[in-house]
Design a protein around this ligand. Structure first.
Ligand code: N01
Length: 889
């Protein structure tokens, strides 16, 4: 039976005259509300939707301004739940106009006979949870009140226009229009002097068309937006071909992608490309006319790294300068106060060229702010502009506005949602709020929503919610509510996610900054559509983790907890590794394990450029050992850090932590010399430790030859390399030098005793496993030698050692021995700082440009090394906002 024929057997709402009784009430009859009604009916629930509008369409009902179109290619901005519907509708354009999208939604409403359960022209005026009856009680401004078991806000993220906030609006004698509430009758602008305030997506779509009609158009711009040409036309041939060749596969790829549009991850990083190659990729993206393309396909670092982003931002500014003839106007139109993509980029048709028209004037509000609106027009602090029409394209009270401000919602214990959200929206999964049982939000704050293809995100939310309602009904539960623990955990996860992207660096409606007085914080989920979907699924597979379920005849169920405790990118990496089903490293033997590591490392992003990289040999404990030297691009001589790579004394070499050494060389402005010490089992204990000491001594004696600052040197190491760095400090103290100015120990091995909680908690599933550590010890050190401080430095004398910075990761078997070493150093009087990295695993910090949340930790490590070397601190713009995230020092 097709979805279309699946007739709404349910939907027999009852009414006692004054109150309509339904299982589920929905607010909104747009993309989300329509699909909800359809799914609810199919699942046998009685349902009603209410909408203030007189017909279906939601945002597409209200936003009828000239030029209104979607800016995700329309073949992707469609329902996919019914393959017959999916192939029945043909879009006429790559980016359909508002009227066509509205026709589509009308077509869907007719196809599934949805209108009979929609109360148009009706607003909910109050919603209160009735604890005794376990029902929501709604009052409306038009007709019967509603009593429902579940209440679902399908209100859209951008449906409550922001008030103009400019003095004197009421005094204006001319016509006033809001893009978000454009009249249904024709608006005649021909021959009129028109002002547009606002240059976001709405303004940028409307301005070129208004300019064609108006006698004169004056555009009042506060913040310049990045806009790309849409190159609209028929649906693009390449994406249509992809869709038609495998419709189901194409849709499924979208569901698991980052933005809800099926593009593969960008394969390269900017520094791997020459200027010419970058330009070529950019020109392709500019010609493609697709925001998701340019945001995901240029180079991988542009969305997460300020430097990578600056490259594309400048290329776009160059385009603007090339189109706009007046240099002053071009400069004002060129965004320079936020990274590309951190504020919603726009898609345009002739936007920049419109400013070359003789009937268009641009007013830069950064130079002359609006002071008031007068009877005849707009007054800035420099001039008066007399106009006949003012168009406010000033945006929305986004994400929370329609849920919070439109009507009071009162939950358990008489608590109001507006009070609970006064300091910013709290939610679990962006779907539910603790204290508000049986209330759901579709694409609410805390979900990918506006950072994704809304059509895909809406379907995912609706399916998840309706599936849960069905499961509750089958199990006899009548109420579901998020726990405070789960909600707090989600807030932490949201905060962790927001360090991944650059959205935190711009004042936008994503952060609430566009509405005066609104609490600030990145509101949409920045972790990506696919990862979010997997988290929602995991909540279910882990017994509705974070929800309390109750019912009249069943025992209450509450599997409390936080759904994601790992950093978001660490979770993705670990899931990818799990999906690869790799053999345990220890099962490969030393040679096999080394080959595996080499292959694994070959697939990682290339390390960033440094001033110079050179290879050489130095004197180890028993002959020459190789080294690789990383020199900063700044003038020397620089302090030298002797670095020991990880690999359990068995794997790796002086090249294996290459991206980490490059990154730290750049951040510290110091020379890193990575030492290729000998490995077990060929060279068992104490070969690696003795090589470490000998190498440090040799480097300290050859600083001038290496182009470094005279000794003291510093030492650093990760994992077994951290062990060697720690041991080297003890040997240097006991053997009369060399002098060491400080030690950076990153997830170090410090002891042979495995009987610690971190070994039990993180024994498997976090990359470094207990069997692998067993194997490393077996390969390197016979049991009888394991308590020797040259391999278990925690058992050595600790007084008199160089100052230390010790990094441990929450999900690392080695966590507790690292902490123990730091505490023992402190107890012995050694100046020591700890960085306990929340949500990170053993390899997080060395997976440079893969685990983006590792940046903040490396910033702190670099600061510590600079302090040890007596260098002044310097903050890079790229590190802003990343310094304190996810860390407890
Ligand atoms: O609103 P906006 P929008 N004085 O908030 C300015 C979606 N959408 O309606 O940035 C002077 O982006 C404000 O300046 P500033 C899309 O997600 C999609 O354009 O605050 N100026 C800004 O320039 C989009 O992002 C499509 O300094 C004032 C503008 O008004 C979202 O809706 C089409 C001001 C508001 O821009 C919102 O877009 C349209 C003041 N007092 C919209 N107050 C598609 O194509 C605000 N501004 C699918």
């Amino acid at each position: 039976m097709s979805d279309a024929i699946a007739e709404a057997s349910a939907s027999k709402a009852t009414s006692d005259g004054a109150t309509q009784q339904v299982d589920v009430a929905v607010v909104g009859a747009g993309f989300a509300g329509l699909y909800l009604l359809h799914r609810l009916r199919k699942a046998g629930f009685t349902a009603v939707a209410v909408d203030e509008a007189s017909d279906v369409g939601g945002t597409w009902y209200w936003n009828r301004y000239p030029g209104a179109r979607c800016d995700i290619q329309t073949i992707d901005y469609s329902y996919t739940f019914d393959p017959e519907l999916d192939s029945a509708w043909k879009w006429s354009e790559k980016y359909a106009t508002q009227p066509e999208i509205l026709r589509y939604l009308g077509f869907v409403a007719d196809r599934y006979d949805l209108r009979r359960d929609i109360r148009f022209g009706t607003k909910v005026t109050n919603a209160t949870w009735d604890e005794a009856a376990e029902r929501w009680r709604l009052t409306t401004d038009n007709g019967a009140a509603i009593s429902c078991r579940h209440y679902i806000m399908a209100t859209g993220c951008l449906s409550t226009p922001k008030p103009p906030e400019i003095e004197g609006v009421k005094d204006f004698k001319g016509e006033i229009y809001f893009t978000g509430r454009w009249p249904h009758h024709e608006v005649k602008l021909a021959g009129k002097r028109v002002a547009v305030i606002g240059t976001g997506s709405s303004g940028i779509q409307a301005i070129p068309l208004i300019a064609e009609q108006a006698a004169h158009l004056t555009v009042f711009q506060r913040t310049a937006s990045f806009a790309l040409p849409a190159h609209n036309g028929p649906p693009s041939a390449d994406r249509t071909a992809l869709l038609q060749s495998d419709r189901a596969g194409y849709r499924e790829q979208a569901r698991w992608s980052m933005a809800g549009v099926p593009f593969p991850p960008a394969p390269v990083v900017s520094w791997q490309l020459s200027d010419a190659e970058r330009r070529e990729r950019f020109e392709q993206a500019w010609a493609a006319g697709d925001l998701v393309h340019i945001l995901t396909q240029l180079w991988a670092d542009q969305g997460v790294d300020v430097d990578g982003n600056a490259l594309v931002s400048e290329l776009i500014r160059e385009k603007i300068r090339g189109i706009v003839k007046d240099p002053e106007t071009a400069a004002a139109l060129s965004p320079n106060d936020h990274p590309f993509g951190s504020k919603r980029p726009c898609l345009d048709t002739n936007y920049y060229a419109t400013y070359n028209r003789p009937n268009v004037t641009q007013v830069n509000l950064r130079q002359e702010p609006i002071t008031s609106i007068t009877a005849s027009g707009i007054k800035t602090d420099k001039r008066n502009f007399d106009v006949d029409v003012i168009v406010f394209a000033t945006g929305f009270d986004a994400m929370t506005g329609a849920i919070m401000a439109v009507h009071p919602i009162t939950g358990r214990g008489g608590k109001s949602l507006s009070d609970i959200w006064a300091k910013g929206p709290q939610s679990y999964l962006g779907l539910t709020v603790a204290g508000f049982p049986n209330l759901f939000m579709i694409t609410g704050p805390g979900s990918p929503s506006v950072l994704s293809n809304m059509a895909v995100s809406i379907e995912q939310h609706v399916d998840w919610v309706v599936d849960r309602l069905q499961a509750m009904r089958e199990a006899g539960f009548s109420a579901i509510e998020a726990t405070a623990t789960a909600q707090d955990g989600w807030a932490q996860h949201m905060a962790d996610c927001s360090t991944l992207t650059l959205h935190r660096l711009a004042n936008t409606w994503y952060t609430g900054a566009n509405v005066p007085g609104k609490a600030l914080g990145v509101m949409p989920y920045t972790g990506g559509v696919g990862p979010y979907r997997s988290i929602c699924n995991e909540v279910v597979s882990r017994g509705m983790l974070g929800f309390r379920l109750t019912g009249p005849d069943v025992a209450a169920q509450c599997n409390d907890g936080e759904i994601v405790r790992l950093q978001p990118d660490v979770r993705i990496v670990l899931n990818m590794l799990a999906d690869m089903n790799l053999p345990p490293i220890e099962s490969l033997g030393p040679e096999g394990a080394r080959a595996f590591l080499a292959q694994f490392n070959a697939g990682r992003p290339a390390g960033r450029p440094v001033g110079e990289v050179g290879d050489g040999a130095l004197q180890g404990a028993d002959g020459p050992v190789p080294y690789r030297l990383y020199r900063p691009a700044t003038p020397g001589p620089h302090p030298i850090v002797v670095y020991f790579h990880g690999g359990g004394w068995v794997l790796g070499d002086e090249l294996s932590d290459d991206p980490f050494c490059r990154d730290m060389c750049r951040r510290t402005g110091m020379i890193f010399v990575s030492v290729g010490y000998r490995h077990g089992p060929e060279h068992p204990f104490p070969a690696a430790a003795e090589d470490g000491y000998a190498a440090t001594k040799w480097i300290a004696e050859h600083t001038a030859e290496l182009g470094g600052r005279p000794a003291p040197v510093l030492v650093a190491g990760w994992s077994a390399g951290g062990n060697i760095a720690a041991v080297t400090c003890q040997l240097a103290r006991d053997r009369g030098g060399p002098q060491i100015a400080g030690q950076l120990l990153l997830c170090p091995v410090t002891d042979c005793d495995f009987d610690r909680p971190s070994y039990r908690e993180n024994a498997e599933g976090y990359f470094l496993t207990r069997p692998l550590m067993d194997w490393f010890w077996d390969m390197y050190c016979p049991p009888a030698d394991r308590t020797d401080p040259r391999v278990s430095p925690l058992r050595g004398k600790l007084a008199g050692l160089p100052q230390a910075f010790v990094v441990t990761c929450e999900f690392d078997p080695l966590r507790d021995e690292g902490v123990a070493y730091a505490e023992a150093l402190a107890a012995a009087g050694v100046p020591v700082e700890q960085l306990k990295a929340r949500g990170q695993m053993h390899s997080s910090f060395t997976m440079v440009d893969v685990v983006i949340t590792g940046v903040s930790g490396r910033v702190k490590m670099a600061e510590a090394l600079r302090r040890f070397a007596g260098l002044a601190q310097e903050e890079r713009q790229a590190d802003k906002g990343a310094r304190s995230d996810g860390l407890a020092a």
